[in-house]
Every structure is written in C-alpha cells, then in structure tokens.
Design a protein around this ligand. Structure first.
Ligand code: ARG
Length: 462
C-alpha cells in the first residue's frame, strides 16, 4: 500500500516480524465502524459522492459479515486489520475504495479503533464485575448469620459475620467498577482527524465523526492523539487492580477450602482431583486466578515500558500495545465469570465457622472494652486482659469458666455481668458503628447492595 517509493518487497522475515493481523483482526468491527463514519465526513466535505459513500458502506458491511462468519481471508502481507480491510474493499469496489483513506492515517485510525474497543470492553468488564458482586451478595445473604473469626496476620482476631467478610470484596469490586467508569472518560475522546501526526490540509468535520461514533468529545492535539496510549495503560491498571482483588479472594477461598479451616466446600465442577492422590480436591479456579494476576501485572508493565522511551509521535513500538491489552481483557473477563460461578456453587460450613469463631480469645478485646466502660484506662485494661489471657493459657481454663474472684484478683472493676460480654452474639450486636459487622448493619448493607446491583432498566429505550 506504500509501493510508490519502494523497489523491493518487504522480506518474508520482516513481514512475519511486523504483522499484527494475527491478533489485531479482533478490531475489525471497530475499524469498519470508524471507516463508515470517516467516509460520511468525506462525503460531507465533498470528497466522496453520495454514490461512492453507498458503495463504501455496502462494501464494508459485506466484509464485516464475512469476518463475522469466518469466510474472510486475511493476509499477513497486508500487515494489519486496517490494510486488510481497505485492500479488499478497494479490490471489490474500485476508486471509491481508494478514496477512503483520504485525510486519514493508520495512526489516527488505530488510535480510534483501540478507543472504540476499550470503550466496549469497559462495559463488558463492568457487567462481569457486577455479576460477581451479585454472586457474593447472594452467598452472603444465604449465610447471613454465619460467624467466622476475622483475622489479622492470619491469626484469629475478632469475630465477624461471614457476610461482612464477603461484602468487603463487594466494596473492592465496586471501586474497580468506579475506576473503569472514570477511565472511560479519557477513553471516550475521538482522535480521528489527527492524521499521521499533524491533521490534514483536507479539513473534515471531526465533530460530525464524533457524533456518528457516539463520542462526547474530540481530541485537541493531533500529536498527542496519535501517540499516546495512557488510556490503555489506565485500563490495564484498573484490570490489574481488579485482579489483585480477585487474587486476594482466591487466597481466602483456598484457605477456607483447606482441611485446616474447612469453612467452605467447593463444587466438584470447580475443583480438580490429583492424578496420584485419590483423596484430593483442589481449588484450581482460585489458584489459577491468583496465578493469572501475575500476567495482568506483567501486561501493564509491558505497556508502560513500551511507552516510556518513545519520542513524539507515532513509533511502531506502539503496535506492541495490543497483545498485552487483549490478554488482560481476555484474562479478567473469564476470571470474573468463573469466579461468579464458583461463588454461587460454594457451600459454607456454618458449624465449622462457628466452632472457629467460638474461640474465647476472640473476645479478649471485648473484655478490655468492658473494663474501659468501667473507667479503666484502655492501656491498663489491655494489660489486665493480657495477664488474664496468660492465666487462661497456663491453666487451660477458658474466659467464661474463670470464677469471678479470679477476675477480681486481676482488676476490682470486674463484676458479675462480665460473663455477659463473653458471648459471640453479644459481641457482634455491640459492633453497631458505621461500617462495623453488627447483624443489623449487615442486614442493611445487604439490602443496600441488592438495590444497587439490580439491573437498571435501559434509560435509552422509550
Ligand atoms: N498496526 C499498526 C499499529 O498497531 C497500525 C499503525 C501503523 N502505522 C504506521 N505508521 N506504520 O500501530
């Protein structure tokens, strides 16, 4: 397509090295949509006749259908999706096709295609995040009264409702969705018309193109518009961070499914056996998700590294944005889908979580709070309960079985009602501040999330 100034063909090896059609073919719908909008602007500027525009639209639509159905033949000689489509179009419809690339470069064309693609994927990933949130809320609701120990340093800390633990992930995923929505603002800017780097002497109505493609704004610096990929990096960061959250949840699920915890059992559909050890049931989905998060980070690093040394403006290095982007998108999409499926089918062993949560030491802080409410300074209370803990460990007598006189020998502030503190239900009920896991708070939170996650009726439809 640039044969004018060249005497020799590109070497086979260079063709293999430089082709991107093997992966950027997935941009075809966006490329075609962008070309039709561009052709419409060319017609408005008097470059194309109405008849030529019709030919182009028909030709492109036909190509789109062929790619959809798998009958279109791609050629690596034509390097990328842009040239594959333009070449076949021109071969089929002649001069009208040859006019399509007027006032356009592959540089602004690919920038547009990626923006259209990212925009669509933001919606796809967001709806998958929502699905997983719904699955988590569903599981939390089903086990609303289940109590588990809350951990710090993976040591038992204080009792919480299992639902509170799951809702923590619902919060994280909500911020992931918010990050995507924010990133979308910067994706959603129309770059076409920036040309190779300096616009064009043939001036097209960029706002018309933006309107046709549903962009609320156009880019305002042609050099920036064709060379920057910060919106891709942002999207890949948002994906990587969603991966972090999934990976943490994976780690929890892996621990919970172990014999040591025994808090949950995963469905056979989401576990695998061992080829050697017949008793094994492995939480592979969670392990794979934890593992694949590494790829999400790697993909982000790969793009950032590609971008960091580029002089203005377009450099072919930029073609390296696509494979990591596509991989991150494919990875997060399936991870979110499979996780939602796994959470829905996960069984919670409430007896096991309750047994673990009945560890009396989980109420040590509540005992200290008891003293505080009787005017003992917290630091002294902390020390007293520390000594009581040591006493309990040494004698093997649990908090609720220690006689009142013994309590009083540690602090005179103890009275008969101390035993009322030593109950998980009381402990949970007392945690009623905003954001704390009292049962009434959790009921309210579950209701809130269910309302928020309800699929909204499309406002566009009349
Ligand atoms: N396949 C190329 C890419 O992904 C399209 C842009 C090519 N532009 C160029 N000047 N060679 O970046």
């Amino acid at each position: 397509m640039w044969k004018g100034r060249f005497e020799k063909d590109t070497s086979d090896l260079v063709q293999r090295y430089g082709e991107s059609i093997s992966y950027d073919w997935r941009l075809y719908r966006h490329d075609i949509r962008g070309s039709i909008a561009h052709a419409t602007a060319l017609k408005a500027a008097g470059i194309l006749t109405a008849a030529e525009l019709v030919k182009i639209k028909k030709g492109l639509t036909k190509i789109e259908k062929e790619i959809d159905s798998g009958t279109f033949e791609f050629s690596t000689q034509l390097e990328d999706i842009h040239m594959n489509i333009e070449f076949v179009l021109t071969k089929r419809i002649g001069p009208a096709g040859a006019k399509l690339h007027t006032a356009r470069s592959r540089n602004d064309q690919v920038a547009l295609d990626i923006r259209l693609y990212c925009r669509e994927e933001v919606q796809q990933i967001t709806s998958r995040l929502r699905n997983l949130q719904i699955a988590l809320v569903g599981c939390a609701e089903q086990h609303q009264s289940a109590v588990i120990p809350g951990y710090t340093h993976l040591q038992r800390g204080q009792p919480v409702l299992f639902a509170h633990h799951l809702l923590a992930y619902v919060e994280m995923l909500d911020r992931d969705a918010a990050r995507l929505a924010d990133c979308l603002k910067r994706i959603n800017v129309m770059p076409l018309g920036s040309g190779a780097l300096a616009g064009s002497t043939i001036v097209l109505d960029r706002k018309l193109v933006a309107k046709l493609l549903d962009f609320p704004a156009v880019t305002t610096n042609s050099m920036d518009a064709i060379s920057d990929r910060d919106f891709v990096a942002e999207l890949m960061f948002a994906i990587a961070l969603a991966g972090t959250h999934l990976s943490r949840l994976s780690e929890d699920v892996i621990l919970w499914a172990s014999a040591e915890f025994g808090f949950v059992s995963l469905s056979d559909a989401h576990t695998t056996g061992s080829s050697l050890m017949p008793q094994k049931k492995n939480p592979d989905v969670a392990e794979l998700t934890r593992g694949k998060t590494g790829r999400l980070y790697g993909n982000l690093m790969s793009l950032l590294t590609t971008l960091k040394g580029l002089p203005m403006t377009y450099n072919r290095d930029l073609q390296e944005d696509k494979e990591p982007l596509f991989d991150s998108i494919d990875t997060i999409r399936i991870a979110l889908d499979v996780f939602a499926e796994m959470v829905i089918a996960m069984k919670v062993n409430e007896a096991a979580t309750m047994a673990a949560a009945s560890d009396p030491f989980l109420l040590a802080t509540d005992l200290a709070d008891y003293l505080v409410k009787r005017a003992v300074p917290f630091r002294s209370a902390h020390e007293v309960i520390g000594q009581l803990t040591a006493h309990s460990l040494k004698t093997g007598i649990a908090f609720q079985d220690i006689p009142l006189e013994v309590y009083q020998s540690f602090s005179t502030a103890f009275e008969q009602d101390v035993y009322r503190v030593l109950d998980v239900t009381t402990a949970l009920k007392a945690r009623k501040g905003i954001g704390a896991p009292s049962p009434s708070n959790i009921t309210r939170e579950l209701k809130k999330w269910k309302r928020q996650l309800q699929p909204k009726a499309s406002s566009k439809r009349k």
